[in-house]
Write a new protein. Structure first.
Length: 346
């Protein structure tokens, strides 16, 4: 009976200790979060409760499983399993803490900085740094877990000796992946494209929604997602409408009859722009830019604070001007004039 009760009591004690410690940690983090509302760090750290419990629980069991005679016939296997669990949970905890610190630092910076472009640049860099840290932690944890197996330690010397040859082979085989990896780092710290930028790639207009170490996602105006390798943005030309400032200039064109009242249209454009809240007030002009035997081309130039607003302004001006011309000056709309053909002389 003692051989059964002692292991059961040790396991129960470890579980109770883990639950109590996790509850106390959560209580302290809640109080710290309420006392320091200027930073979200303490609230973000609450997401690390589960890995913290796992680290504490595996540490307690690892220290007590031998004295408590837990599965004495398989003591080595139990110890090895607890060691693997300890390494995995520690890596999980470190990744969670690093993510919380990085996100809290970004949140404070975003709240204090009035420059949206700089905030989006920092967000892009922070996202990629967080992914790199996670990847490094996972690789180190997996390597540490593999080294706990005796055969892996035995072949360690030969692996290190052949690392140069394997590195060259792996580099050639994974050339595209490594190119995307370095392209992702170049985008993050070269500030060429950022999360939230408005871009035009392959004649598709959209916003950059996600940037990883290997691919980039562009969300188009019709809610489609275009996934592209990040190397595209370091090797091919593309339009970035958000770089150097988000302000945009747009044009609206009409094909009208030669008798169109251009002066009245210019006055009407000024009235229309006053009623469009997306117009930023910088430019609103109208001129005849071309003529053909049947029509003239009248073009208006309008401005807005970003690409979304300039699209709204262009559509509103086009629609309201056409409605005004149809109602007040229908003769200005293009038409096809027909007449009887001249008779052929006898």
């Amino acid at each position: 009976m003692e051989n059964v009760l002692r292991p059961a009591l040790v396991v129960c004690a470890a579980l109770v200790l883990t639950l109590i410690a996790g509850w106390l940690l959560d209580l302290l983090l809640r109080k710290a979060d309420a006392r320091h509302p200027e930073t979200p760090l303490w609230g973000l750290l609450r997401r690390c409760r589960l890995p913290f419990r796992l680290v504490l629980g595996t540490a307690a069991l690892q220290a007590a499983y031998r004295p408590a005679d837990i599965l004495p016939a398989h003591a080595a296997g139990v110890g090895h399993f607890l060691t693997l669990a300890q390494i995995a949970s520690t890596a999980w905890l470190l990744v969670g803490i690093a993510a919380a610190v990085v996100e809290a630092a970004y949140a404070r910076y975003a709240a204090a900085s009035p420059d949206d472009a700089r905030v989006r640049r920092v967000r892009t860099q922070v996202t990629l740094i967080q992914r790199v840290l996670t990847a490094v932690a996972v690789v180190v944890a997996v390597a540490a877990m593999l080294l706990t197996f005796p055969p892996m330690r035995t072949v360690g010397a030969s692996v290190l000796a052949s690392a140069g040859v394997l590195g060259i082979v792996a580099g050639i085989a994974a050339q595209a992946s490594l190119g995307n990896l370095f392209a992702g780092l170049q985008i993050a710290f070269g500030d060429t494209v950022r999360i939230g930028d408005t871009v035009v790639v392959d004649k598709e207009w959209g916003k950059v929604e996600e940037i990883t170490l290997t691919f980039l996602v562009v969300r188009t105006w019709d809610e489609r997602r275009i996934t592209m390798p990040v190397s595209y943005f370091t090797s091919k030309p593309y339009e970035n409408w958000s770089r150097g400032g988000a302000q945009m200039t747009g044009t609206v064109s009409w094909h009208l009859d030669h008798s169109a009242p251009v002066a009245l249209m210019r006055d009407r454009l000024a009235e229309l722009l006053q009623d469009i809240p997306e117009w930023d007030g910088r430019t609103g002009s109208l001129a005849v830019t071309d003529t053909t035997p049947h029509t003239i081309v009248v073009r208006a130039v309008v401005t807005a604070k970003d690409a979304d607003d300039v699209w709204t302004v262009r559509c509103a001006v086009r629609e309201r001007m056409i409605a005004w011309l149809a109602a007040r000056h229908p003769y200005a709309l293009p038409r096809v004039t027909t007449s009887e053909a001249a008779r052929r002389p006898d």
